[in-house]
Design a protein. Structure first.
Length: 269
């Protein structure tokens, strides 16, 4: 857990440069070892098993990259789906406030508007402290909305009418937990990151070793391929994080809902 948290605390820029340094170091070490071995063999540089081993390692690396990419891409899709579900649940809850008594109806709409505004945060501009404050306030609003339900029960509101409000409210609360878990807590496990980096280093070492032993081949092509591996790892790390980088879920549906709710409140005044 500590290893996972340490990797998560590393910025995406740090992830990229760490990946590049690892790739370059593995490529250089492989080339130097291969070159020294090639000199000691005095011209006997053809070894069919070497190319097969490098190809097998590259195939394993491709498998690990695909596996890790699919994990993060699936979770990215889940974050988008959960956002839309939450937008629909909040919108339904807002409409169902008509079943509450007049004073609670007004208060519920104010709380839901504030809640929606908080949920439509911009990951690129919000700091960690702002995010934590928004989560705490969101949970307070949930408690205040549930308090309104209890007041309606005490006032003798019909259960059928009241259930039309608290059922979508339950869904809003559940989706809050789901979005937190999928967006913040669920990440690629540390052992998979470790295996991915180890296999990447081994594969790039093999490429450098083959270049050093054979004394032929394009070093620039090998370097470009190694850098491409680092770029793919950066892409995976970007997908793995919900509040950092370029690949973040667009909060436009939540912001649009907040605008519609505000217009509706203004129109009823």
């Amino acid at each position: 857990m500590a290893i996972t948290r340490s990797f998560s605390d590393l910025s995406l820029t740090g992830v990229y440069f760490t990946s590049i340094l690892l790739v370059l170091a593995a490529l250089a070490c492989g080339y130097l070892v291969g070159r020294r071995l090639g000199r000691s063999r005095k011209g006997r540089r053809d070894d069919p098993s070497m190319g097969s081993a490098v190809a097998a390692t590259l195939g394993l690396l491709a498998f690990m990259l695909a596996l890790t990419f699919n994990m993060t891409a699936d979770r990215f899709g889940q974050r988008k789906a959960l956002l839309l579900e939450e937008v629909n649940a909040i919108g339904t809850t807002y409409l169902r406030t008509d079943f509450l008594r007049a004073d609670n109806r007004t208060r519920a709409r104010q709380l839901l508007l504030e809640y929606t505004t908080l949920r439509g945060f911009d990951p690129h501009t919000m700091t960690v402290e702002d995010f934590l404050r928004a989560i705490r306030r969101s949970e307070q609003i949930q408690q205040e909305l549930w308090q309104l339900v209890q007041e309606e029960i005490a006032a003798g509101t019909e259960s059928v009418r009241l259930s039309a409000f608290y059922e979508p409210l339950n869904q809003v609360i559940d989706l809050h937990t789901s979005r937190l878990q999928v967006g913040v807590e669920y990440q690629v496990p540390a052992p998979i990151w470790g295996a991915l980096y180890a296999i990447t280093a081994l594969a790039v070492f093999g490429i450098g070793f083959q270049l050093g032993v054979s004394g032929s081949g394009s070093k620039l092509v090998a370097l470009a391929m190694a850098m491409a591996f680092a770029l793919v790892i950066l892409l995976i790390a970007d997908l793995d994080r919900s509040g950092e980088g370029m690949l973040v879920v667009d909060q436009a549906p939540m912001k649009n809902l907040a605008g519609q709710m505000k217009e509706s409140d203004d129109g009823k005044k």
